[in-house]
Structure formats: C-alpha cells, structure tokens
Design a binder for this molecule. Structure first.
Ligand code: KIV
Length: 256
C-alpha cells in the first residue's frame, strides 16, 4: 500500500495497480486508510453524494476545506488528494492561493479538471512545489457547457485533444491524472504515453489504477450508481433494516 506520492513512479513500472477511493468525512477516511487503500480523494462529488446538489458546480472552497480537514484528521498513512472545486482556479493566482489553502488542511496533493485549457494554473501550482493530480476526459464541472455527461475519445478530434491534454499535464509535472469516462483503448494509449500514473474511472482496465466514488462501492447512495461501478456492499438496505428494527422495538417498548 502507498505511503507517499514519491512511490508512484515505481508503482507505475512494477505494479500493483493503484486502488483509490473518495472520502469526505473522518470515519470513512479512517476506515479506508486502515483497510489499506492506496490514495484517498476528497472529491467534489461530495456535493452530490453528501450535500444532495444536482451536480458539482455548486461545490465551494469552504465545503472542500471543511471536508479535506476532516479527512486529513483521520488519515495516518495514505496520501490525500483534495479536489479544487468549480470556479476556484480561474487564474494562476487564484489557483495557487486556493491550492495552498487545501494543502494547509493537510492534503498531500490537489487536483483540478482540465488539461491544455488550464496549463497556466497547473504550472503555478507545480512551480510552488505543490504535488498536482490532473483530471481529463469527461469533466463533471463542465456538465452545463457540455449538456450532460458524455464519454470522451470517440472521435479523432477528441482523441487528439485528450492526448494533447495528457502530454501537457505530464510535461507540467503532474504526478498522476484521473482519466474519467474515456474510451478504454484511448485510456490505454494515454497510460503508455505519460510518466504520471493514470487513475481510471469508467475508462477500462488498462490504466495504472482505478478510482470509485465510495458510496457507489458501498451501495450507500442507492438513488444513482454509474453502470461501470460495481457495488460490493448494500449499506442502504442494511441501514433501512436497522432503522426499521429500531422503530419497531421503540414502538413495542423493548428498545431505548
Ligand atoms: O469528485 C470526484 O469524486 C472525482 C472522481 C469521480 C474521480 O473527481
């Protein structure tokens, strides 16, 4: 299991693949860390699966700072990546200032969505010595401009753009990059092209690791689960069972 981002290049070369999950609070982060997860992502998916927002564009820096601090208080070993939310990196100065605030909460690295389009912001972060994780492919923060969540890498133009984004982030010094919802063959091509570790989500099996939104893995957000995410527990059903058992016993006068 990973103890430092410095181990990423060796893991890319020799394996095993990186197992990455999201966490947003103290108990979940502590359980993931103690279970041996390689990397923990405080994803801006928190907006949807914790705060009930319709997409991630309503997530603020204040929310990310609060969740990052809670996660970092829990984690003793796994590097923690903190997501930079929508509109928190509109210029190199803003990106650097907000990246520093997340690092001050105890994060090991920051992540933002975009490649060539955000190179100046990425460079400002990396040149300040802050470990950086890229995120390319389907970009949830762009859902409104894109008119939905669409798989990337289906056309020659999309493939060229993805390869250019991956190369640019790699050259800028990203230690890893999330490849989200990318045609598997293109994700495999990017993985072979870059020195950074690729972490796939809905991008096939040939990446250096995989990331999932933890409620999708645990079945604790039953109202939506992406088709590629395999639920390995049914916490929603178990919660309903426990709550209904408690209600029945309280009503019968046999529980306190
Ligand atoms: O916010 C998030 O959870 C993410 C993952 C989907 C990679 O960025």
């Amino acid at each position: 299991m990973l103890t430092s981002l410095r181990e990423l290049p060796a893991r890319k070369l020799h394996g095993p693949k990186l197992a990455v999950l999201t966490a947003y609070d103290y108990p979940a982060a502590r359980m993931l860390d103690e279970a041996g997860i390689d990397l923990i992502l405080v994803g801006d998916s928190v907006g949807m699966v914790v705060h009930g927002l319709p997409d991630t564009t309503g997530v603020t820096m204040e929310m990310m700072l609060l969740h990052t601090a809670a996660v970092c208080r829990a984690v003793k070993r796994a590097p923690v990546i903190a997501d930079m939310p929508f509109a928190s990196y509109r210029s190199p100065e803003e990106a650097l200032a907000n990246a520093r605030r997340l690092m001050a909460c105890g994060a090991s690295a920051v992540k933002l969505e975009g490649g060539v389009s955000h190179l100046a912001e990425v460079r400002a972060i990396v040149e300040d010595g802050i470990p950086f994780v890229g995120h390319i492919g389907m970009l949830p923060q762009s859902v409104k401009e894109e008119g939905g969540y669409k798989k990337k890498g289906r056309t020659e133009a999309q493939i060229s753009a993805l390869l250019a984004d991956a190369r640019a982030l790699d050259e800028a010094g990203a230690c890893a990059m999330v490849l989200e919802s990318i045609v598997p063959e293109v994700a495999a091509q990017i993985t072979g092209l870059v020195a950074a570790s690729t972490i796939g989500i809905g991008a096939g099996l040939q990446t250096d690791g995989q990331v999932l939104v933890t409620p999708d893995l645990l079945g604790s957000y039953p109202w939506f689960r992406p088709p590629f995410a395999k639920a390995r527990a049914d916490l929603a059903a178990e919660t309903t069972r426990a709550v209904q058992e408690y209600i029945a016993e309280v009503q019968a006068g046999t529980a306190r």
